[in-house]
Design a protein around this ligand. Structure first.
Ligand SMILES: [Zn+2]
Length: 250
């Protein structure tokens, strides 16, 4: 079964070096409705940024009421390896508290912004200390912004003095394929084959990938064009259609 996950943040929170001229206003309510209609009976988790939860508390509550697990994506979408350990810990705790206050339930999962949490025991120890039980922060390919060089195909446990954290890594077959830029860029035929090969993969998406418009075209007025802009927005076909197909609804 594919685990459907969405990292909920504003479009301007991304860590790509996109030079925004003005902030695009997206209809996040509609995006979340689309997500819920795609979700159907799938096990789905929303990793929500603390600042987003503060601005749109009703969206967090709506997801929760509709059976989506609420998990934490940090507070400000800073790259963890740049943020500094103490600041990161403080902000993760702050974001977790905001989410827990909104849903009156414990938040158990954490995904670092842009897979940027270093694969070091002290980070897992801290996650356990503040009350998390799992992480989905391991990306199996190193690139200029994030990732690890060792490919790990299955969930694994990290034992710390404060408790155990299960790490649920992203899968790859030669390259990662199951979300973000990979999902946008790879053609549907290739995606279908890769998802078929790996039934336990983690599909990870973002709100802006659910928009049907051609973002590249639309966002020219909002940002300067550069390589990061293309990486952030280029998509080979409708990403929403790809998501529905790999979830086997089409
Ligand atoms: Zn994110």
């Amino acid at each position: 079964m594919i685990w459907l996950t969405i990292d909920i943040e504003k479009i301007t929170d991304m860590n790509f070096n996109v030079l925004w001229k003005k902030e695009p206003v997206l209809d996040y309510e509609k995006v979340v409705d689309d997500f819920l209609s795609i979700k159907k009976d799938h096990h789905a988790t929303a990793f929500i940024l603390g600042t987003f939860a503060k601005k749109y508390p009703q969206i967090v509550k709506k997801l929760y009421k509709n059976g989506v697990e609420i998990s934490c994506h940090g507070m400000y979408h800073n790259l963890v390896y740049k943020e500094g350990f103490k600041e990161w810990s403080k902000r993760v705790t702050e974001a977790k508290d905001i989410l827990e206050n909104l849903i009156s339930e414990r938040v158990l999962g954490y995904r670092s912004p842009s897979w940027s949490m270093p694969f070091e025991k002290r980070y897992y120890e801290e996650l356990a200390r503040v009350g998390f039980e799992y992480s989905s922060s391991y990306f199996p390919m190193k690139n200029y912004m994030y990732g690890n060089s060792i490919d790990r195909k299955k969930s694994f446990k990290i034992y710390t003095k404060f408790g155990t954290i299960e790490e649920r890594p992203i899968l790859k077959y030669t390259i990662p394929f199951s979300g973000g830029v990979y999902l946008r860029v790879l053609p549907l035929s290739v995606l279908k084959m890769l998802f078929k090969k790996s039934k336990d993969s983690i599909l990870y998406i973002h709100p802006y990938e659910l928009l049907e418009d051609n973002l590249l075209k639309r966002f020219k007025e909002y940002a300067d064009l550069n390589l990061d802009y293309f990486l952030a927005f280029y998509s080979f076909g409708s990403t929403q259609k790809k998501i529905k197909t790999v979830l086997r609804y089409e």
